[in-house]
Design a protein around this ligand. Sequence first.
Ligand SMILES: Nc1nc2c(c(=O)[nH]1)N[C@H]1C(S)=C(S)[C@@H](COP(=O)(O)O)O[C@H]1N2
Ligand SMILES: [Mo]
Length: 309
Amino acid sequence: MSNRWKPDLKWSDVTPKPLWLNRRQIMTGAAALAAAPLAGPARAQLAAAPSQYSTDEAPNSLEDITAYNNFYEFGTGKEDPSRYADGLTIDPWSVVIDGLVDKPGTYDFADLVKDQPLEERIYRFRCVEAWSMIVPWVGFELAGLLNRVGVQPGAKFVAFETLVRPDEMPGQKSPFIEWPYREGLRLDEAMHPLTIMATGLYDAPIPRQNGAPIRLIVPWKYGFKSIKSIVRISLVDTMPPTTWNMLQPSEYGFYANVNPTVDHPRWSQASERRVGSGLFGGRQDTLMFNGYEAEVASLYAGQDLSVDY
Ligand SMILES: Nc1nc2c(c(=O)[nH]1)N[C@H]1C(S)=C(S)[C@@H](COP(=O)(O)O)O[C@H]1N2
Ligand SMILES: [Mo]
């Protein structure tokens, strides 16, 4: 295992251009205008088919995805991440993998991703605050990484942590969250093929405000589970503490599966507002497991999801 930073292998080299043209061709009007400037440089790279796991829905614009989101390390406003994330140093970057694994270590970003097959995954996204988007991520299955480092038999959960660097993350000067931001998955959730580590968005490396250089995406769960700018992945034998559950356990459970029949104590989860104007605007019914019920419902057989929320 080589953990050393290789100056000749930059993270942009291991983040491929996605497979975007086919989708762009079927879009019209505002969507096509929004996407056209992104597609040009990627043209030569278009080779493979989109992932079988992608939704057919047309993605939100890059502007929607990068200018309206949550990343509390940069402040609590929806525009704070796009305003303040520019100063985050993402190269070099390394991720500690520890706990119940055969090959623990500090993995340089480029080494971590270089053997993992990258795909474009166009996923539905739903925030617990009841807004939603369609996002074209580029990433690889977390299972591939976990298999590479070797999960030991006693491991039952995966815990994740975000970088702590208050000099570059002004939101961390406020102690309302006990930094680092933490998240976790049960091992079977982590090994599910829908669970990916994203390193790209549209045809470029993932922008800082969206969790550069590497973040989790779990599309059937509320957005807060999809932790950004990860620096530590630990295989553990007990359910790990998670940021929103630590802050307010009655409102945010460990599982956080998108579920229109289990309301947040302060608001309904039955519908959602699709961010964006024109084609993408409007309110719609929220789907069980965010539309991924066929793929993931079996993970929760026998569990009462009003208890395990
Ligand atoms: N480290 C970290 N990860 C985070 C958050 C955060 O504040 N800090 N916010 C979460 C929440 S609440 C949401 S809705 C998504 C939003 O970001 P995205 O649109 O880029 O997915 O990031 C999630 N991941
Ligand atoms: Mo969220």
